[in-house]
Design a protein. Structure first.
Length: 206
DNA sequence: GAGTAGATCCTCT
DNA sequence: GAGGATCTACTCA
């Protein structure tokens, strides 16, 4: 691998912060997976925060604890991947201290390394903006599935880097989350953070 | 370009 | 046994 200096892997302590703080800090960072010698990475451009027991949209709302959601109660810094609609794998970062079940859903990245492998995994023939737009596509392109739940995010197989790049403050958009209408009033909470105008952000451009 | 239906399977009641 | 933190293709205009 190349120069290490400019690329700083985010430490486990970063993920112990609240989901909202982590979510605000993630756009612009680089998500990397290294599986079977295949390295793929992309710059995060869209995330959503799920703030735990008080958040109707979160799997852990009301302190619900099941075999599936158990990993959300771990200390921040591990992956939570689960299957949605029987088709899509959704990749989350568990955040907050132990027994505070929060998470951040990664919804969109801008591909950087391993684009050829992403095409193979997704079965696409050209690298257009649909390659890694939307949480289902992100997981597919990075080769993530439910078995990757509990993988440490400060290890070698999966991590997030800070390469010093920063989006301008005015490019960071905030909006309600997507697909959580069932959550009542909580569906309106401004917990989605995205880069305005970026083609890898799901939903309508603004 | 906008709206809608169908895919598909694991998890919890 | 129901339903879900979604995506794509197809229709109609």
């Amino acid at each position: 691998m190349g120069l290490k200096k400019a690329f700083k892997k985010l430490p486990a302590s970063f993920y112990r912060l609240d989901a909202l703080e982590v979510a605000r800090a993630l756009p612009g960072r680089i998500l990397v997976t290294d599986r079977d010698g295949i390295r793929t990475s992309g710059r995060i451009v869209e995330v959503e925060a799920y703030t735990g027991v008080n958040d109707r949209a979160a799997h852990s709302f009301g302190g619900r604890r099941t075999p599936r959601t158990e990993v959300m109660y771990a200390a921040g810094g591990v992956a939570y991947v689960y299957l949605c609609y029987g088709i899509h794998h959704l990749f989350n970062v568990v955040t907050g201290p132990e027994d505070n079940p929060q998470a951040v859903l990664i919804r969109g990245i801008e591909p950087l390394e391993g684009i050829t492998d992403m095409l193979l995994r997704t079965g696409k023939t050209k690298a257009d903006s649909t390659l890694t737009r939307g949480p289902g596509n992100v997981s597919r392109a990075l080769g993530l599935h439910t078995a990757d739940t509990r993988t440490a995010l400060d290890g070698d197989r999966m991590f997030i880097m800070d390469d010093g790049f920063r989006y301008a403050d005015q490019l960071l958009g905030v909006s309600p989350r997507i697909g959580v209408d069932y959550a009542g009033e909580d569906a309106q909470l401004p917990y989605r953070f995205y880069i305005k105008g970026n083609p890898y952000v799901s939903g309508k451009p603004r």
